[in-house]
Write a protein that binds this ligand. Structure first.
Ligand code: PMP
Length: 405
């Protein structure tokens, strides 16, 4: 028995993709020309798969803040938040995020992955708490549940009714009397671009005495009147218990955070292992996220632009007869019938100068095969023309992508 036997099943797929000449696991951006353009294998392509929703990666204020931070504070902190790795800039960013979101406190982690992993694993304990998790939640929320050791109950995606049923079952069970309950959902889900009914989830959670944790990784900056996410758009930001986010999308950096009004959030600083036992975000990462946050707070136009672009692409796709997985939004996913067709269509789009994300089983909800396109405020009309033309040609070539002939 070899250690490597377990890789065989996926190795077959991996090798087949490599033989087909284009392996999504190994594609490299040879040169980055700007927020929406790159060179791949000598060819200029439109980037339409990034999480750069507000297009701030090359913004002068963001880039110069990162450069100044490296010059003034060095390349890395060489220590964890818990040891020598908390600088004044980490604390200032925590205050800025808390103020922007309207929470009393916030903790910055080294990535969004670690923010969810750390918070969930520290909040729930085996034999003391039960976690309820939306089936489509991100891997790091699942991993947080696992690391916590607490019993975890999965409920049907975006179904407050199913959550209600599962919580009700526990309410009548002696075994669970007095246990803490934590419900985890996301604001906008990254694969299909669909949005959680956060208000309904909050109502259900409250009725059963459960806490609500919302990961707004993809919706921060994009949803809500002032960019505070789906919970702002649905008017419940002041009522939820925990708000998590990442710097790796609209904040165009690396890092993550959890905010709350519960004073006990501070205890995570000495109980969340992914906070304590890993290096803190670099000064450049912190400075870039801080500058991007200032842009987001000061420029509602960024949001207007990403939404206008999203509506334009969504409308064009509908006219092309393409089935999109959700109403207009910054993530526009098109489902294909199987993995092979999705791969061929993805490859076809690259030939037409458009890079989107290929998402195929086993990494996708319901074993769906999708092309995940994401729209940025930085996409120009020229960029979007290229995207729409490429999808038009794709719809002609892969009739299976269309719902109407
Ligand atoms: N939550 C969700 C919903 C995500 O999609 C991601 C990353 N794609 C993360 C958390 C983790 O963010 P990060 O890249 O900062 O680790």
């Amino acid at each position: 028995m070899s250690l490597f036997d377990k890789f065989q099943k996926n190795a077959v797929l991996y090798n087949a993709l490599s033989e087909a000449g284009r392996n999504p696991f190994t594609v490299q951006m040879d040169e980055i020309l700007g927020p929406t353009r790159a060179i791949v294998k000598g060819k200029e392509i439109v980037l339409a798969g990034t999480n750069n929703y507000l297009g701030l990666t090359f913004r002068e204020e963001v880039v110069s803040a990162a450069q100044a931070a490296v010059a003034e504070q060095g390349a890395g902190t060489t220590g964890s938040r818990f040891a020598n790795g908390t600088y004044a800039s980490h604390k200032a960013l925590e205050r800025a995020l808390a103020a922007f979101l309207g929470f009393s406190r916030c903790i910055v982690f080294s990535t969004g992955y670690q923010a969810n992993l750390g918070a969930i694993s520290a909040l729930a304990a085996p034999g003391k708490d039960v976690i309820f998790i939306d089936a489509d939640c991100h891997a790091c929320i699942y991993d947080g549940c696992q690391l916590s050791g607490a019993e975890t109950v999965r409920f049907r995606h975006n179904s407050p009714e199913d959550l209600d049923r599962r919580l009700s079952r526990l309410d009548g069970d002696e075994k669970y009397a007095g246990m803490g309950k934590l419900v985890c959902i996301e604001g906008m889900y990254s694969m299909f671009g669909d949005v959680a009914p956060a208000k309904e989830f909050l109502d259900v959670a409250r009725r059963h005495g459960a806490y609500l944790f919302v990961d707004e990784a993809h919706s921060f900056g994009v949803y809500g009147e002032s960019g505070r996410g789906v919970v702002e758009a649905q008017g419940v930001i002041d009522e939820i218990d925990f708000y998590s986010g990442t710097f790796s999308k609209s904040l165009v950096s690396i890092g993550g955070f959890v905010a709350s009004n519960h004073p006990e959030l501070d205890y995570l600083r000495f109980s969340a292992r992914p906070y304590m036992f890993t290096a803190s975000p670099s000064p450049a990462n912190v400075a870039a996220a801080t500058a991007a946050l200032q842009c987001i707070a000061a420029e509602p136009d960024l949001r207007k632009r990403v939404w206008a672009n999203a509506r334009r692409v969504h409308e064009a796709f509908t006219q092309l007869g393409l089935e999109t997985c959700a109403p207009p939004g910054p993530v526009i996913a098109v489902k294909l019938p199987d993995r092979e067709t999705a791969f061929a269509a993805w490859s076809f789009l690259i030939d037409k100068g458009v890079y989107v994300n290929l998402a195929i089983p086993p990494g996708t909800p319901n074993a769906a095969s999708i092309l995940r396109l994401s729209v940025s405020a930085a996409h120009t009309n020229d960029d979007l023309d290229i995207v729409i033309d490429a999808y038009g040609a794709m719809a002609e070539t892969f009739a299976q992508a269309r719902v109407t002939a």
